[in-house]
Design a protein around this ligand. Structure first.
Ligand SMILES: Nc1ncnc2c1ncn2[C@@H]1O[C@H](COP(=O)(O)OP(=O)(O)O)[C@@H](O)[C@H]1O
Ligand SMILES: [Mg+2]
Length: 384
């Protein structure tokens, strides 16, 4: 299996019941995504700042007749990093080589890719923060001086052979820019950070995709889908396909807001884009722990998920929506969370799950069987 074919581990081992709002791509979704990907910078919706800055980088490279500076794209999954990498190659009329951090576990893996690059080619390294350390160091030199030292042999007999590389453009993508070592980050000439999309921008994405998928919808129909899409184009495209399925089966030719709402309710995506797991987290917080604070690991056990899933999949969106807060003592449900669940928040003055509340002694819950910690104690290392 070549480096390019290796799947990203992030798409494996997930809960199928919540895939409809998961920002990571599903395996069988790749072809569909490719079809919906804008091919030119002008078709890329939103992200005005990044788009403008990037267009300057690319125009300058064209005027200079040289490869563009290395580009780092950072931001949460599903916001368009891979799409932008492809656009960069297309706009520069260059071919694109695709690999990913997890596929580069030895410096030899990287050396093989680098030594086969051609002049002006764009090398896209997805999840670049997951590359192995020795390969990272090889990449420093390749990015800066367009050469690498290939070590041949072992021990005392080892020799290093310098290898000149053609001028290429590295495009790195990462969901965790903070995990990139400084020296690597500094070698990118341009860093673009992608932000979540507004509902208006997602409607724009939807209109474009709906035309490609031949789905007819009213403005209100698009707005309904967009508002349940968690600010994420990948999610909005996926919800559109689910709405299309629903409309096809129900013989609805024009999707209005009621139809979109009914379709998405069927898939348990609520009007704020929360799915079953998101609501389970909030319900555990509010009903079982009276709002918290609750340690992450306890919360995860209670909803029957891995700590990491709760932390990386459910939590960011709940925090972003102002439904959940992270405090030094654990997770806390906000007033908005109670209201979203149709519950009355605890009385004003009584601190939300504050000290002395019954929050730290949950009733017979799965958590008491698994952990000797009190409910408010922080999770292992991931707290905060
Ligand atoms: N700005 C955008 N305009 C239109 N479609 C977009 C945009 N950003 C992302 N998409 C769509 O969302 C899907 C996921 O984008 P992708 O680039 O794979 O995200 P990432 O690599 O950041 O996880 C693609 O199918 C793409 O068509
Ligand atoms: Mg991607």
């Amino acid at each position: 299996m070549s480096a390019e074919e290796q799947p990203l581990p992030s798409t494996e081992g997930r809960d199928p019941s919540r895939e409809v709002v998961d920002a990571a791509p599903m395996a069988e979704e790749k072809a569909m995504e490719a079809a919906l990907r804008p091919k030119a910078l002008g078709d890329f919706v939103g992200q005005q700042t990044v788009r403008h800055q990037l267009s300057l980088v690319l125009q300058s490279s064209r005027l200079r007749g040289a490869a563009a500076d290395h580009v780092l794209l950072s931001g949460p999954p599903g916001l368009g990093k891979t799409t932008l990498a492809m656009i960069i190659a297309a706009e520069m009329d260059a071919s694109l080589r695709v690999t990913s951090g997890p596929a580069i576990q030895h410096s030899g893996d990287l050396a093989a890719i680098l030594s086969s690059l051609t002049e002006g080619e764009v090398l896209f390294v997805d999840e670049i923060h997951r590359m192995a350390r020795p390969a990272e160091e090889m990449l420093y030199m390749a990015m800066e001086d367009f050469r690498v030292d290939i070590v041949v042999g072992k021990g005392a007999g080892a020799t290093s052979i310098p290898l000149e590389l053609p001028q290429f453009t590295l495009v790195g993508a990462t969901t965790r820019a903070g995990l990139l070592p400084g020296p690597l980050r500094d070698r990118f000439g341009f860093t673009g950070h992608l932000e979540y999309y507004g509902v208006g921008e997602l409607e724009h994405v939807l209109r474009r995709s709906a035309e490609l998928l031949q789905v007819q919808a009213t403005d209100a129909g698009f707005a309904e889908i967009a508002s349940r899409s968690r600010g994420t184009p990948r999610v909005t495209n996926r919800l559109l396909r689910r709405v299309r399925d629903w409309a096809l089966v129900h013989e609805v030719d024009l999707v209005d807001d009621d139809a979109a709402a009914e379709a998405l309710d069927t898939y348990e995506v609520d009007r704020r884009g929360l799915d079953r797991l998101d609501r389970a987290v909030l319900e555990a917080l509010c009903s079982t722990f009276r709002g918290g604070p609750v340690g992450l690991s306890t919360l995860a056990i209670l909803v029957g998920e891995e700590t990491e899933t709760v932390e990386t999949v459910a939590e960011p969106y709940l925090v972003r929506e102002g439904l959940l807060a992270r405090t030094p003592r654990g997770r806390v449900a906000t007033e908005a969370a109670w209201r979203h669940l149709g519950l009355e928040p605890p009385e004003q003055g009584a601190p939300l799950g504050g000290a002395g509340s019954t929050a730290s002694s949950p009733p017979a819950s799965p958590s008491s069987a698994h952990s000797g910690r009190s409910a408010g104690s922080p999770g292992p290392t991931t707290e905060g």
